[in-house]
Design a protein around this ligand. Structure first.
Ligand code: PXP
Length: 244
């Protein structure tokens, strides 16, 4: 299972002072050297963290895969077509949210998603759609010909240490199984931490986890390389067969 590291919050610190450090481009390079299999950035419409300059430089610097999280707006489609990240992940975006709050409603906004995905696919970019763990959403993606989904683990992550955890894991498992049957490539992410990642990483049909906040938060104490290495190790261990 691959680990995609989201470096947005390095830019959050930089933007707190509107200065030039810390640089998320350095973070991307360090994360790759520490074992990240991909780098994710979310160029938000309000530019609160990642800037266009970061996307431009990361397109040159990132040697693994660059995943751009983006709203389904024409402004973002134009930027994606200009810089050509390897993957574009379509996410919902609202002005007041602190972070992405849920998956895209593919059932309700299928026309928009089809149009945006069509434009990006035509330019040879992989399109992934961030969806809640809901079979109807997976079905709707399949109807649109979407080949990659990222399942939102946010609700599970919020409830991993209480009794809702089983319910949330079950929703994720059902969505994963359904997507697998439809031959959809499955990624997952949101809210994953060193404490809660194992149950998700143990689902071997998931090909990649995208993790940001927890890795960057812990990097302030242990350094980014160590924070990435520890997360990679937890993910790898989750898939090991139990020792005899
Ligand atoms: N996946 C998506 C689609 C996201 O929007 C985010 C947050 O930017 C993440 C994964 C990573 O979430 P977190 O920062 O909570 O690890």
């Amino acid at each position: 299972m691959r680990l995609g590291v989201n470096v947005d919050h390095i830019a959050t610190i930089r933007e707190a002072r509107k200065t030039n450090e810390p640089d998320p481009v350095y973070a991307a390079a360090l994360a790759e050297l520490a074992g990240a299999d991909g780098i994710t950035i979310h160029l938000r419409q309000d530019r609160r963290h990642i800037q266009e300059r970061d996307l431009r430089l990361m397109r040159e610097v990132v040697k693994t895969k660059l995943n751009l999280e983006m709203a389904t707006s024409m402004e973002m489609v134009k930027l994606a077509l200009k810089y050509k990240p390897d993957t574009c992940t379509l996410v919902p975006e609202t002005e007041d949210e602190v972070t992405t709050t849920g998956g895209l409603d593919v059932v309700m906004s299928s026309d928009k998603i089809e149009e945006v995905a069509g434009n990006l696919n035509a330019a040879n970019m992989e399109v992934s759609v961030f969806v809640d763990p809901d079979v109807d959403q997976v079905k709707a993606c399949h109807r649109l010909g979407i080949k990659v989904i990222e399942i939102n683990t946010g609700e599970y992550a919020e409830n991993w240490n209480n009794s809702y955890c089983v319910l949330e894991l079950d929703k994720i498992k059902k969505a994963v199984l359904y997507a697998k049957k439809l031959n959809i490539k499955i990624l997952a992410g949101h809210g994953l931490t060193y404490q809660n990642v194992t149950a998700i990483a143990a689902m071997d049909a998931i090909e990649e986890l995208n993790i940001g906040h927890s890795i960057i938060a812990n990097s302030t104490f242990m350094g980014l390389s160590e924070a990435v290495r520890r997360m990679k190790e937890l993910i790898e261990k989750a898939l090991l067969p139990l020792s005899k």
